[in-house]
Design a protein around this ligand. Structure first.
Ligand code: PXL
Length: 277
């Protein structure tokens, strides 16, 4: 009897310094015992100091890569990161429908921490209209969440109200990431909040100790691919428990990375904190 790998497909941009994007996704899935296939949406010229240049691939080239994976290897879940334009967004939505893939996690990457814009206004509208209806979980940070709500709420609103508004606007579960939140970091904590559309909009809060470290590059990519990996490994587990496992993996990866120096800017997480001595 042959064995089978648990698989995820990452549809995302690259990071030659291997802290974020596809490279982070491959490392995360590998650390969690999951086989990670990839479809590159853009070649991103970046390092720990920031994004220098972006070469988006045509929707046809991204489609070719996704079909190459799904026609052959298949997948148990999909993680979507950087999408560059409406053509890429429509194409990904079309293929998710065509291949009938339900376990899809979308990290709505609108801009990098260093300020580079990845997706313009029109793209955001397309994301909401075409792609998000086919996604099980969306994982915005607070600036991305406020952007999706297009001015209806502000940072002064309660996180729970923002998470609920996003779930209603997206029509699917939302994990709102509060990593940038001043209030929580002053208390020495970071906080994420899940509003689970699959359980009548139940709220679950995830906190961990705030770690003062420059090494947080790729945290969003890592969290969303950890969630996709845990969904693939545990297809019947409630979303609140899946997110708890992913949150714990990321918190430990941030903690372990704080002891390392690599690059001159924001270094990567330690994706293999659970494997290396
Ligand atoms: O986490 C946002 C993100 C997504 N995709 C790529 C990135 C980044 C942030 O740096 O580099 C390729």
């Amino acid at each position: 009897m042959m064995k089978h790998y648990t698989r995820i497909l990452s549809i995302a941009g690259t990071d030659p310094s291997a802290g974020a994007g596809i490279q982070a996704d491959i490392k995360t899935a590998s650390a969690l015992g999951v086989y990670c296939t990839t479809a590159i949406t853009a070649i991103v010229d970046q390092n720990t100091l920031g994004v220098r240049n972006i070469l988006p691939l045509s929707a046809e080239w991204v489609e070719g890569q996704i079909r190459a994976v799904l026609d052959d290897v298949g997948t148990d879940a999909i993680k979507i990161g950087m999408l560059c334009n409406k053509e890429q967004i429509s194409m990904v939505a079309k293929l998710i429908k065509e291949y009938g893939i339900r376990n899809v996690v979308l990290d709505p990457v609108l801009a990098s921490t260093s300020g580079a814009t990845f997706l313009k206004e029109e793209g955001l509208r397309f994301l909401l209209q075409e792609l998000i209806p086919h996604v099980r979980l969306v994982t915005p940070n607070i600036p991305e969440g406020l952007h999706i709500l297009s001015g209806a709420m502000s940072e002064d609103d309660q996180m729970e109200d923002i998470a609920r508004a996003l779930t209603s606007c997206c029509g699917t579960s939302v994990l709102l990431k509060g990593g940038h939140l001043k209030d929580a970091t002053e208390k020495g904590l970071t906080m994420d909040m899940l509003c689970d559309a699959e359980t009548g909009n139940n709220i679950t809060t995830y906190t961990h100790e705030y770690i003062s470290t420059p090494n947080t590059h790729g945290t969003g990519c890592t969290l969303s691919s950890a969630i996709a990996s845990y969904i693939a490994l545990n297809p019947d587990m409630p979303m609140c428990d899946v997110v708890a496992k992913a949150h714990d993996y990321v918190a430990n990866a941030i903690k372990a990375a704080a002891e390392y120096e690599i690059g001159k800017g924001h270094g990567p997480l330690h994706h293999f904190w659970n494997k290396w001595n």
